[in-house]
Design a protein around this ligand. Sequence first.
Ligand code: ZN
Length: 286
Amino acid sequence: MIRYSLFAILLLAAVPAQAQQQAQQLAQQPASILPLIDAHVHYSHDAWDNLPTADAIAILRRANLRKVLVSSSSDEGTQRLYQAAPDIIVPELRPYRRRGEIGSWFRDDSIITHMEARLAQYRYVGIGEFHLYGADADLPVPRRMVALARQYKLFLHAHSDGDAVERLFRHDPDTIILWAHSGFDRPDAVRALLKRYPNLWADLAFRNDHASGSKVDPAWRALFEEFPDRFMVGTDTFTPERWYYIEEHAKWSRAWLADLPAPLAERIAFRNAEALFARTGFRIDR
Ligand SMILES: [Zn+2]
């Protein structure tokens, strides 16, 4: 605490307003709080009315999140949050223009035109989260999306089965994939894919089998230890109501991460997500 306060005072002497604000926030936090990145948040059109942008940002700040990876249907939601809080929001381009395109986007050529227009106008770390299963990954629209990810140096955030993940890697073995929900697969199936693909990362969003209360499940612990650099946490606000779970999710994540050795907990809490963002062309420090 003393160290942070001194740091804040030193910073206040010489830096611009945004950095001052960050230093003040840092000084207000208990020194022991684990920095956390929520790598799975959506701010879609049906959330905007009941949860105005300023209130959404307030939730993220109350949860003490260091960064938040956001994608929305439509992308306008992500842009609103990013403009309001560029210090914590990390934007990702969701292909969907509205709720309801989950099951049709991969056969819809106009999605490509839409993505090209957004990519030309805004900056992102990734494309996703999108939903894609099995052989649908071989259709022309997903193939073009993989090419766009390469062109713009972005990762893909795939809510997919293992089969679709493998097909995406076949289109471009150098692509980087963040596997949403770790595919809702069992630890041994997740292990098999992580072993095969060094560019595969996985989020733990909307699952609760990896820890019960503050105790990490033994099978997941073994997987975290085997692949300390690949996992990250996320809430998944796929419906507007789930925004009110963000703080609780952060609290619970900090609780079970405390059951792991500190270096491993820090990687899953924020270092892996930061390393993933750094693999893209996006500058997150601004
Ligand atoms: Zn999601």
